[in-house]
Design a protein. Structure first.
Length: 295
């Protein structure tokens, strides 16, 4: 398949398409992110009392409180900062070239965002499988009061990941390799592998990794069809808002969620119910985004 719109993101990458430069860029992004993250969490430790820091550290590790989740989401901003530095000094590009053309980006954000919001409303009124019936987690007023913080920080989180995987990795690989099997699939597989967490999900870890990889493919396809990151960011925001702000697992990353599932990620009983349900929602959301784009 020829993804012609991808050229608008690939063209700025062509002057610096060497593989060694891309590999070095990934290493520098990781190093900058780790250095900034270390400084950030060290500062957080200084801002709380010594007695409170162990509790906050545990909350950050599991995402079990609102302040822990906000701290996690805010830390993703360092990926954006790291990318801005690397693409500028190593590739001679501006960070904005990873997003796509501004006017097209804004128009596609509106169209895809509207379609996915409508789909979210539809999901809200449809019944869920009995195993997935949720528990109430946060008081409604407190949840609403947290939205002015949680929504912008969630946008930072999803934008940082899309910039790294679909904006930077996909465009740099597409500038070097003509086959979409490389620049579509490889970043998606890496994205999925980074979500493999047997310590948290036990025997279900592979299912989470597969789900994340398929999401990566869907986001990559939308990016290549649209020529901007807008549809991928909108899809990512839809998925993560559903999983982190509305309905989260009962044992992890639930600090900002209005509801929680009545199970832990490692529960083997949820796999035959949750995974098909999750993949069906992803498929429908991807189709809704594509139809809104007319592609």
């Amino acid at each position: 398949m020829r993804y012609q719109a991808q050229d608008s993101l690939t063209d700025p990458a062509r002057p610096s398409r060497e593989l060694w430069r891309f590999a070095l860029g990934l290493g520098l992004v990781a190093a900058c992110y780790l250095a900034l993250g270390y400084s950030y969490f060290t500062l957080l430790a200084e801002l709380v009392t010594p007695q409170d820091w162990p509790a906050l550290a545990r909350e950050i590790d599991t995402g079990s409180s609102a302040r822990g989740m906000l701290a996690i989401l805010a830390s993703f901003g360092f990926i954006i900062i790291s990318l801005a530095l690397v693409v500028n000094f190593l590739h001679g590009r501006h960070l904005s070239t990873l997003f796509g053309a501004g006017r097209i980006f804004a128009a596609q954000s509106l169209r895809v965002g509207t379609a996915l919001t409508g789909f979210a409303v539809l999901l809200w009124v449809l019944p869920e499988p009995a195993l997935l019936q949720p528990f109430h987690n946060i008081d409604y007023l407190r949840w609403l009061a947290l939205l002015p913080l949680s929504l912008p920080l969630l946008f930072v989180q999803v934008t940082s990941e899309e910039l790294l995987f679909r904006g930077y990795a996909q465009s740099q690989l597409a500038a070097r390799f003509s086959s979409p099997l490389v620049w579509l699939v490889l970043p998606a597989l890496v994205f999925g592998a980074l979500h493999y967490d047997p310590a948290a999900a036990g025997s279900n870890a592979w299912a989470l990794a597969v789900s994340a990889s398929l999401f990566g493919l869907a986001a990559a396809d939308l990016t290549a069809r649209s020529g901007t990151l807008a549809p991928a960011i909108a899809l990512h925001l839809f998925v993560n808002a559903t999983a982190l702000l509305y309905l989260a697992p009962g044992d992890r990353l639930y600090g900002l969620a209005l509801y929680t599932y009545p199970f832990e990620l490692a529960n083997p009983a949820l796999l035959p119910v949750w995974l098909p349900y999750d993949l069906m929602i992803l498929l429908c959301a991807w189709l809704a985004a594509r139809l809104s784009l007319g592609r």
